[in-house]
Design a binder for this molecule. Structure first.
Ligand SMILES: CC(C)(COP(=O)(O)OP(=O)(O)OC[C@H]1O[C@@H](n2cnc3c(N)ncnc32)[C@H](O)[C@@H]1OP(=O)(O)O)[C@@H](O)C(=O)NCCC(=O)NCCS
Length: 207
């Protein structure tokens, strides 16, 4: 495990997670319904900047990490490296850059000595209509830094940003082995019996 200024786990035990490349075959739809997850009226939701995160941006900074909320200077090659290290496919860099231009992005960079943009070590993004609905994608943490709270840190901030915009229907596709990661963040599998369905070309009749 890399050293980050004596970094301790950011809440929760360390875990070394393995995972499957088979994202499509065993997906579970998890939805976050803001209206059900919180009894607070929407108008009382805290602004993103002061939302109560498990670990504050300031605390992360003291541990050598900086939270970023724009993809403008995100190093997509370095993000692709993280994708590859967790078993996700690498994406075409230009298309990935274009995709990141749509929706919300939260990532954590390893603060670099002397400033300048550091490498992404944790990442999550969401796409949607910006008003009602959003879907979370590409939640990843650099393997050597998993189990320190960075995954939760990016997810808490992504959800807070969406809720701040008033987006109340937030969904994601989770591999079975990570359902337990999303549940404490407010996501439920099959709420009200709702099933996720994914378009599959395999099931299409050839025309
Ligand atoms: C899943 C992933 C994003 C979690 O990030 P992380 O930084 O390791 O997780 P955190 O340290 O923030 O964990 C927060 C909490 O979730 C728990 N948790 C983490 N991964 C878990 C898992 N797979 N199953 C159940 N609980 C999990 C932690 O123990 C911790 O619990 P605690 O609050 O009781 O201490 C990361 O392991 C990863 O990148 N995995 C590979 C890519 C992947 O599978 N992404 C999800 C695709 S659907």
């Amino acid at each position: 495990m890399q050293s980050h200024g004596g970094l301790l786990p950011l809440g929760g035990p360390s875990s070394s997670l393995s995972f499957s490349r088979r994202l499509r075959s065993q997906l579970t739809l998890a939805s976050f319904h803001a209206s059900k997850a919180s009894t607070r009226p929407r108008s009382l939701l805290l602004p993103v900047a002061s939302a109560a995160f498990t670990v504050s941006d300031g605390e992360l900074e003291t541990r050598g990490f900086r939270v970023r909320r724009s993809s403008d200077d995100l190093d997509v090659a370095a993000l692709n490296d993280v994708f590859a290290r967790v078993g996700f496919p690498r994406r075409d860099p230009d298309r990935l850059r274009r995709a990141l231009g749509h929706g919300s992005v939260v990532w954590v960079e390893e603060a670099k000595r002397g400033g300048g943009p550091g490498k992404p070590v944790a990442f999550a993004r969401a796409t949607g209509d910006g008003v009602f609905n959003a879907v979370v994608w590409d939640v990843v943490v650099e393997p050597s830094l998993q189990g320190m709270g960075l995954g939760r840190a990016v997810m808490e901030r992504l959800v807070a940003e969406l809720r701040h915009k008033g987006v109340s229907n937030i969904a994601l596709y989770a591999e079975p082995r990570v359902v337990g990661f999303y549940r404490p963040l407010g996501f439920a599998a099959d709420p009200d019996g709702i099933k996720g369905m994914v378009y599959s070309r395999k099931n299409q009749k050839k025309i």
